[in-house]
Ligand binder design. Sequence first.
Ligand SMILES: CC(C)(COP(=O)(O)OP(=O)(O)OC[C@H]1O[C@@H](n2cnc3c(N)ncnc32)[C@H](O)[C@@H]1OP(=O)(O)O)[C@@H](O)C(=O)NCCC(=O)NCCS
Length: 218
Amino acid sequence: MDSIAPVTPVPHESDPLVVRGPRLMLRYATLEDAPRLFDLATDPAVTRFFSWGPYTTIEQPEAYINAQPAKRESGEILDFLVVDPDDGPIGVTGLAEIAKRDRRATVGSWLGHRWWGSGANVEAKAMIAALAFRRLGVERLTAWANTRNGRSQRALERIGFRREGVLNGWHRHGDQVHDVVVYGMLAAAWERSPLHAVDVTIEGTPPPAFMVGPAASQ
Ligand SMILES: CC(C)(COP(=O)(O)OP(=O)(O)OC[C@H]1O[C@@H](n2cnc3c(N)ncnc32)[C@H](O)[C@@H]1OP(=O)(O)O)[C@@H](O)C(=O)NCCC(=O)NCCS
């Protein structure tokens, strides 16, 4: 009789990360969230500076969600939905470009247009920064902002990111080449920033590929 190998549960998927702030929480997206992501990111204002979007079919957010477990496993992307207790999912924030040796990661976020200027961005950034610095061992967060995306630049500066310069031709979206402002926040600066004052709790098991602290590099 053929034996079927037991499926070993992956701890970071069976005990997923959940990050809680005073009002909002971060959790992984599931396929049930696809219609909501579709609604939020069919707005061209939201995706104007991104390599993707706006969404035009439901299959696009479905494909995004389906790709996430493998990206968590490989260390490519650790994305979360930003969830409001009344409104449900309102956007996405996450970490990418993890460099274990240098203990750094890049943070990126977007919110549905309705939640711009609501304070949600600050809380979402406080949650993802606490996860990075407190739990994963990150020592530096980088953030990119298109040179034409003044709103994103102001948002990063307001929460304590330091403008470090402009990288010409840094991002390519299809045939279009974009100059970006590079922002950085070191762990010590995070501790002095408004993000650090936000009460954040972290539950669950991080994907090992994103653990960049000393224990992870042994
Ligand atoms: C980038 C993004 C996440 C920033 O969020 P945001 O809410 O627009 O920006 P801020 O957090 O700086 O908040 C903006 C305004 O809300 C105000 N605000 C902040 N907290 C607030 C609160 N608790 N209550 C009310 N207003 C608040 C700020 O004072 C600011 O006002 P001002 O613009 O008049 O100075 C959002 O604009 C977005 O999703 N943009 C599209 C995607 C994108 O470009 N992402 C970045 C890629 S690099």
